[in-house]
Write a protein that binds this ligand. Sequence first.
Ligand SMILES: Cc1cc2nc3c(=O)[nH]c(=O)nc-3n(C[C@H](O)[C@H](O)[C@H](O)COP(=O)(O)O)c2cc1C
Length: 196
Amino acid sequence: MDMIQAIRNRRSIRKYKDQRIEKDKLDLILEAGLFAPNPGGRQGTKIIILDDRELIDTIGIVNANCENRNWGVGVSKEQPSIIDDKSIKSGFYGCPALAIVCVPRSGKQYVNQIGAAFVCAQNITLEAYDLGIGSCIVGRAEATFAQPGMQEYLDAWGLDPNYMPLVFVCLGYTDGPYPTVKPRNEGRSLYVGSQK
Ligand SMILES: Cc1cc2nc3c(=O)[nH]c(=O)nc-3n(C[C@H](O)[C@H](O)[C@H](O)COP(=O)(O)O)c2cc1C
């Protein structure tokens, strides 16, 4: 797929079909995250692929309610977020698979660790798009796993206790019409150089 077309057309998807993603596709999505740029070449992130809809819904309810969702800002009419529609129960929107990008706890406050997690998330969204799979980056990962009983999931999955989740990526086949591409805001770019 033409890269700029993928970058232009990828949208955050919050309506998913009740359809599992094939394992070979999940493996490619994981690989895309693992190949993201990383500070110092240390490959310091770990990525969990959670392929269990029931568990995703359970954790998604915690995610939706762990921070204030009354921002009063409209995110999307076509793909309403938990801020737009308070009746949405899960912060993961019923997706059948979820990528959880984790960083070392000791570095969680460093901009490079935060950046490392989010470039993994971006690679994941673009590979998913290329495979015809919808995605949505979702925050509040630290707050989600700080809730009572939540660390037990990470222990059960075998995540190194020195690591913690920093960002989620919902994954699933898009249900309903694909959202339209939003025009870019004016005044966001500067070119410094001599080419026309
Ligand atoms: C750092 C970050 C955090 C985000 N957190 C959430 C979130 O918690 N819930 C959600 O529904 N969307 C979340 N999004 C998706 C944005 O709402 C979305 O990218 C934005 O509205 C632009 O829409 P588009 O991705 O369709 O272009 C997040 C995106 C980023 C980059």
